[in-house]
Design a protein around this ligand. Sequence first.
Ligand code: NAD
Length: 492
Amino acid sequence: MNSPSQIPHVKLPAGRNYIGGEWLDDAAAERLPVYDPATATVIGDIPGSTPDAVNQAVQAAHAAFVSPAWRDLSPLGRERLIHRLAELVEANAAELAAIETLDNGKPIAIASTVDVPLTAMWLRYMAGWPSKLGGKSIAPALQPAGSHHAYTVRQPVGVVAAIVPWNYPLVLAVWKIAPALAAGCTVVLKPAEATPYSALRLAQLVHEAGFPPGVFNVVLGDGRTGQALVEHPGVAKVSFTGSTATGKRLIATAANDLKRLTLELGGKSPTVILPDADLDIAVPGAAQAVFFNSGQICFAGTRLFVPRNRVDEILDGVSQVARSFKIGAGSEPDTVLGPVVSQRQLDNVLGRVQAGVQAGAEVVMGGGRVDREGYFVEPTILLTRDRSNPVYREEVFGPVLTATPYDDIDELASLANDSEYGLAAHIYTRDLSAAHQLAQKIDAGTIWVNTQLSPDPAIPFGGFKQSGWGRENGEQVFEHYLETKSVIVKIA
Ligand code: NAD
């Protein structure tokens, strides 16, 4: 029997859009159900917002963008508002974590120690930037010294459409919202249809923090609403996190009016254990890298490469760690592995495992559904030497690891790079020289050595190859939210 919920009862915000500082119904929209993944029961519904509602949100964001209340606010004024929002996130942390657990299914231990604290930390980090985003004075190369004064100014691009997936609903929204607001842009956020509620609670906190109306807006709905947002001529920039397939569609849509576009897409990241690695670190690290958040992490380490003579030892170790994870509803405090987010995702993960096994992958552990209500998948390890096996090549986005033996460390870079994706890699070794050499050769946006899954607001994050375009976080993120203008004045 499942143990009872251990998290406080939360009142979910009503499924309405937040536009121009007001909560609005979209009467013409169909209602989309939202499920608790732990029980597969409906917990609420949201509008599949129509193009009219999207238009209203973009217009509100545009009006706010040119309004003196936002445009003329000093950089320190923006810093203060973003810090205020961080304070409110911290003050409401328990409630936000409970919402995230109910809506996404993730363990409350993750929501309360990762999702919500990271949300506040990202806001705090980005709040420091507005007053440091100035331009430069530049000496022209073709003019006599002192004859011209040339400088650059950096201006916010305009209305940003932020479209996010369901695996880290609040964190991934804030990865976009915080730098966009810091840069002086205004935002229309479209959360994933499976996990809308933390975005709505965030909108209430934005309101309470005192942002001018229209600076931040939320439109609810599925891909059709997202598509209408990307098509809207009033949107200057689209910041998207989601699947590579959707990312490709967005490129085609955004090409119509050359919208600026950043894409944080899928991954099939390697975990590489070198022969000299400290297995006390590498084995739990490899398990965490793939099973944390039930494998629903874009940079999860889903392809494990192990020295051939240590395959049994390492796979026994990783299986043992995975078996120790308590599977349960996210609301139970000792749950380590919660459900996957939806029936669709459950079918998708199990289908990919089945296809992999049919193509010859050997089941080391798991491979099926957990026998209980809700969308639970067993932690799964598949051994495959065949690198054309679909479960080895395609993103699963669930708790599924493929393990592949190697003979020679000289093959590791090409094994790691044998993927259409290039989001991240994990390397385990005691030999720092080998680690740095391999890090140079792996085509991925982030390489972790002897650690795993630890993004940082100061450190750029993004993908090579089909894992995306552009970088989030750090100073680099502002390239996407600011235009550079050059001013050249003849003074003599
Ligand atoms: P998805 O692409 O189906 O949906 C993502 C978002 O896009 C949702 O809000 C959805 O409603 C919206 N959307 C769908 N079709 C659209 C369209 N035609 N136009 C505009 N918006 C549209 O992805 P998902 O299944 O929700 O998320 C899982 C994927 O996200 C995985 O591939 C994962 O790797 C990726 N992801 C990437 C990162 C990263 O930082 N690189 C982080 C998390 C997740």
